[in-house]
Write a protein that binds this ligand. Structure first.
Ligand SMILES: [Zn+2]
Length: 257
């Protein structure tokens, strides 16, 4: 089987980046979208993600920051609780300024857990600004997995599968939305064939058990490119040997082996 770890990083505060920021990037959206969507909802996609993933029988992981520019993670209290109550996994989107300091990491973890009223076990560093000693710290704090490594920005072959280090499972990011459209120069109409290539390669390495990880930022679902998420899941779900899952589900599958 080919297991696909589905995840979303919540990079922006609940109200989005603000009118000016969005209007400066107007061309990223279909112009008609502005007629029916208020600006503060252009980056807000939780209900849509939940609907798409439920349609394809899966529930992913959302990584939340605790530090938002001009915003507060507590604004996301309802979303965090509702996602989790309905079966989605919540993880920590660690601030790069905390990576080297175990007390800062502990504080960030506690903040999310306080909102969630439950434990979290997964982490990803914002901007993927991780460092070699991070996994050791995560292990000490009770994290079970991390997904902050991406070796190559312009192809996927170096970032497939998983490995164990310092008692933590690392899932390298195989495909990330932003790199797909910038470094990899993929056009919307080519996206499905890229996923077909990833699958083919993943099967070649290990047709019985392999993993690849997909990062699709929570704010991109209405953007050109980002709006292909539903088509991607449709394609992946149509394959007999593909299982879509969250990080924690994947960890449990690995441990059972
Ligand atoms: Zn981020």
């Amino acid at each position: 089987m080919q297991y696909v770890f589905l995840s979303h990083d919540v990079d922006w505060k609940k109200q989005g980046p603000g009118t000016e920021h969005i209007l400066a990037r107007k061309e990223r959206f279909d112009s008609q979208l502005f007629e029916k969507t208020p600006l503060e909802k252009m980056y807000y996609n939780f209900p849509e993600y939940m609907e798409i993933e439920e349609k394809y029988g899966t529930k992913s992981t959302f990584f939340f920051r605790t530090i938002y520019e001009n915003g507060n993670v507590f604004d996301y209290e309802d979303e965090i609780r509702s996602l989790n109550k309905n079966g989605w996994e919540i993880g920590l989107h660690l601030d790069p300024s905390s990576v080297k300091d175990i007390e800062k990491i502990r504080n960030e973890k506690n903040t999310i857990e306080k909102i969630l009223q439950n434990k979290i076990v997964g982490n990803r560093v914002h901007f993927l600004k991780t460092d070699k000693q991070l996994l050791e710290k995560l292990n000490e704090l009770g994290f079970v997995y991390d997904s902050s490594v991406k070796k190559s920005k312009d192809h996927f072959k170096d970032d497939i599968g998983h490995y164990n280090q310092n008692g933590v499972i690392e899932f390298p990011i195989t495909i990330m939305d932003a790199y797909l459209f910038t470094y990899m120069k993929v056009k919307e109409e080519q996206i499905i064939s890229i996923f077909n290539d990833v699958l083919k390669y993943s099967r070649e390495i290990n047709s019985e058990f392999n993993i690849f990880s997909l990062l699709w930022h929570d704010n991109v679902l209405k953007m050109k490119g980002g709006r292909m998420y539903s088509k991607i899941l449709e394609f992946l779900a149509s394959q007999n040997d593909v299982v879509l899952c969250s990080g924690i589900e994947l960890v449990n599958k690995i441990k059972k082996r």
